[in-house]
Each structure stands twice: as C-alpha cells, then as structure tokens.
Write a protein that binds this ligand. Structure first.
Ligand SMILES: Cc1ncc(COP(=O)(O)O)c(C=O)c1O
Length: 437
C-alpha cells in the first residue's frame, strides 16, 4: 500500500481518506452495537501507526527548512565577509529604543529580578497590556485573560498543543507562515491547507472554508495582516469567518503580530464579540525585539489557564527582566517604535515602486513588511531561483513553496537599508529575465 502510494506520488496523509476510514469504523461499530469511542480510538491508532511507518521511508519535507536553507547560505557568505542584500529575514532592523534598554539596566540595578516569576507573566505587564488593548479596541479585557509568552511562535505552539489532539484538523489558509503547520504536525494533528489565489486578491473563499469546517475542524488559523502576502482580511469578511467558526465550533487562532504594520486599522478578534478565539501578538515586530523572545496571548480566562500549563511545564516563566523592560517600552517607547514602523512601511513603498519596473506581478501589501511577488515566467521554480540569486547576485529571498503551493512566488522581507533596495530589485529583475527552467 505504502509503495503504491509512493509510486503514484500520493501524499502520505489524506485527511479526507482518514475521515472516511474513521466514519466507516464508527458507523459499523454503531450498527454492531460496539462502543463507538473505542472503535474511533482504534482507528486513530492504526492511522497514526501507518503514517509513522510511511514517514520512516519518506520523511515529510519541512517548509521551514526551505527558508532556513537560504538563511544558512546567507550566513555562510556573511562569514566570508561577502556583502549580501537581505530580503529573507523577517525581522525589523530598527534598534531597540533607548528607553527599553534603560528599563532593562534599571531593572538590573534594582536587583529585583533574579528569581522565578508567575507562569502567566508579571501582573504589572498584564495589567498594562489589558489597559492598552481595552482602550485601543474599546472592549474590556481583563489581565487574567492575558498570558506573557516566550515568543509568538511559542504562543502558537502552546495553543495548538493545548487544544489539538492527534488527527484533529486545523485549517490553515495559504500562503501561510510555515510555523503553524510545524506546530500542528508536532501535535500529530492534521494541517489542512486552504489555498487562496493571487487572482482573487488573496481573498479567502468562504464556501471552501465552510465545507472544510463542516467536515469537522478543531481550529483555524487567521493571520491578518498576513505573512507573506501583506493581505488584511476586510472587516465584513473577518466577521463572516468568525461567524462560520462559531457555527461549526472551530476555534480561531488569530495571529495579529503585524497589526502595527497596517496602513489602516485592521479588524481584530478582540473587538469581534465572538468567543471562540485565541489572540496572539508579540513584542518582536512591534518593538524590534525578535531575539528577546517575548510575546502575549489573549483568550478567555479558562483557556488562558489551560495554555498557561504549557509555559509552566516547559519553561517555568518568561524572564522577569525582559518583562519589566517591555513594560517600559509599552509606557514610553510606543511613539518611537511606531515612527520606526512607519519608516519600514516607506521602504515597502520603495520596494513596490521598484518591483513595478521588473517582470513580476504582485499586490501591494496592506500590512506587514512583506511583498509576495510572482515571476511572470511559465514553470518558474523559486526554490532554485532563490539559490541562484544568492550565489550569483548575493541577494537573499524566501521561496514561495515555504508558504504553500506557490512555486512561482517569492517573499521579500523589507527591513534592509532603503538605499540597497533599487539595485537589489534590479538584480532580481535581471535574474528573472535570464532564468531558464
Ligand atoms: C505571522 C507570524 N506570526 C508570529 C511570528 C512570531 O514571532 P515571534 O516568535 O518572534 O514573536 C512571526 C515571526 O516571523 C510571524 O511571521
């Protein structure tokens, strides 16, 4: 069976087939008067075992690795003191605000921060976040609904591993940041991609979404503004998605880490009136503190309690000194960080202007600092292209396949110095012109 699947290039996991097997098993056991939950558990066990067996000979290629490969090749060039124009790395490059650094040193000077802290985060930071979010979104958020997390990625991991059981389906609109799928795989859940198309302006098709929800989905990911397209889901569509999720009992994991990089205020689950969501945000992109690993999550108090156990079990708590420093950032550093973000959005404008001179198609991002262009060449393979571009032109980009089934696309993360943009885009244009299959 496994050989047959491999020979016909069928994927190891087919969620519809798995569902059919489970339905069949539970249906038959009902007819025979056997315990249905036992039949289901048995079915799940058999499916898991079969997948494990097949993955032994045909390991799944991690999408994250496609990005890491370019990152590592870039590091190698940099180690040889070569110059590289870097569009591959998704982090803002403005310096941490002096107030934040002062907050950090102040905290050390007072020497109050050497011990373990609460797993949900220090009360002062949760209170400050609750006040800020309540004011910005005109809703009442309680500090007990908030968890401080060691990074947005960990917040996603903790949410998924807290709620997704083996074989449970998680709907992930594509293109998507690869970490969601990695976390679902880790939990032995089933990542179900729902493709959106460039031609539809990356709009999520509600019919497709509903038909997947009808089959049963534990969770769906909503990432707006989106990495890599920069798409912001419109307010009406956002509400329709949440209504569908409520109707089918699908939890929404709303990743809003690029919220501050939006040209107009994007809709948020925080103000939706819906209930069944977990909201993720991070200091990484807001304050250019990617290496500090500090983020936050908002949900109901009950869910926060459940997710907190992952932090408690895995890392005990987020270090208190970073929490105290970002508290200073919240209170005194917002304006400066937002100014820096505006400067990055200016660079995105420059990038779009330059891209319009070369042979690509793209939608101007409404938020985030990413652009996701498509090379206008039949059969374009951006994995191969990314390697060649780096080797020959010393420009690093992320291939579209890292974000789903988008081989002709590539992602540009725009936080590099503005002066480097025109010549780098020109090189990309020349490489596309001379690209051959
Ligand atoms: C869409 C999205 N969500 C979450 C994150 C997590 O960021 P961090 O783990 O640094 O908080 C990233 C980072 O690139 C991202 O692109």
């Amino acid at each position: 069976m496994a050989e047959l699947k491999e020979a016909s290039k069928l994927p190891i996991i087919d969620t519809d087939a798995e569902q059919a097997v489970l339905d069949n098993l539970t249906g038959t056991s009902k007819e025979l008067g056997l315990p249905v939950s036992f039949a289901r558990q048995l079915g799940e066990l058999l499916i898991e075992e079969s997948v494990r067996e097949q993955e032994g000979t045909r390991p799944k290629q991690s999408k994250d690795l496609l990005m890491k490969e370019i990152f590592e090749l870039t590091q190698k060039l940099l180690a040889k003191r070569e110059r590289v124009t870097r569009f591959e790395v998704g982090e803002p490059n403005f310096p941490a605000s002096p107030q934040v650094i002062r907050g950090l040193t102040e905290t050390f000077r007072k020497n109050k921060v050497v011990g373990y802290g609460p797993a949900s985060g220090i009360p002062e930071l949760r209170k400050a976040l609750a006040e800020e979010m309540s004011a910005e979104h005109k809703v009442k958020i309680d500090p007990d609904q908030i968890l401080i997390m060691p990074g947005g990625r960990f917040a996603i991991f903790a949410t998924i591993t807290s709620y997704v059981l083996p074989l449970e389906r998680v709907l992930i609109p594509q293109p998507a940041w690869p970490a969601y799928e990695e976390c679902v795989d880790f939990a032995k859940g089933r990542a179900v991609p729902i493709n959106t198309k460039f031609e539809d302006d990356w709009e999520l098709d509600l019919g497709k979404l509903e038909s997947e929800m009808k089959k049963g989905a534990r969770m769906m990911v909503l990432n707006s503004p989106n990495n890599p397209t920069g798409k912001i889901v419109g307010r009406k569509r956002f509400e329709e998605i949440l209504q569908l999720a409520e109707k089918y009992g699908t939890m929404v994991l709303s990743d809003e880490v690029y919220e501050r990089y939006a040209r107009a205020k994007p809709p948020s689950v925080l103000e939706s009136g819906a209930e069944n969501w977990v909201y993720i945000n991070s200091f990484s992109k807001q304050f250019s503190l990617t290496g500090w690993r500090i983020a936050y999550l908002v949900t109901t108090k009950e869910r926060a309690n459940r997710i907190r156990r992952v932090v408690q079990t895995a890392v005990t708590c987020v270090p208190e000194f970073t929490q105290r420093a970002v508290l200073v950032a919240l209170k005194k550093g917002r304006r400066e960080a937002d100014r820096n973000i505006k400067a990055i959005l200016g660079k995105v404008e420059v990038t779009c202007r330059e891209l319009s001179k070369i042979d690509v198609s793209f939608h101007k991002p409404e938020g985030s600092f990413y652009v996701f262009p498509k090379a206008n060449k039949p059969g374009f393979d951006s994995v191969k292209f990314a390697r060649q571009l780096l080797e020959q032109h010393h420009v690093s980009i992320s291939p579209g396949l890292a974000f789903g089934d988008y081989p002709a696309f590539f992602r540009l993360a725009v936080s590099l110095p503005r002066a480097q943009i025109p010549s780098a885009i020109k090189s990309i244009g020349e490489a596309i012109d001379s690209w051959q299959q």
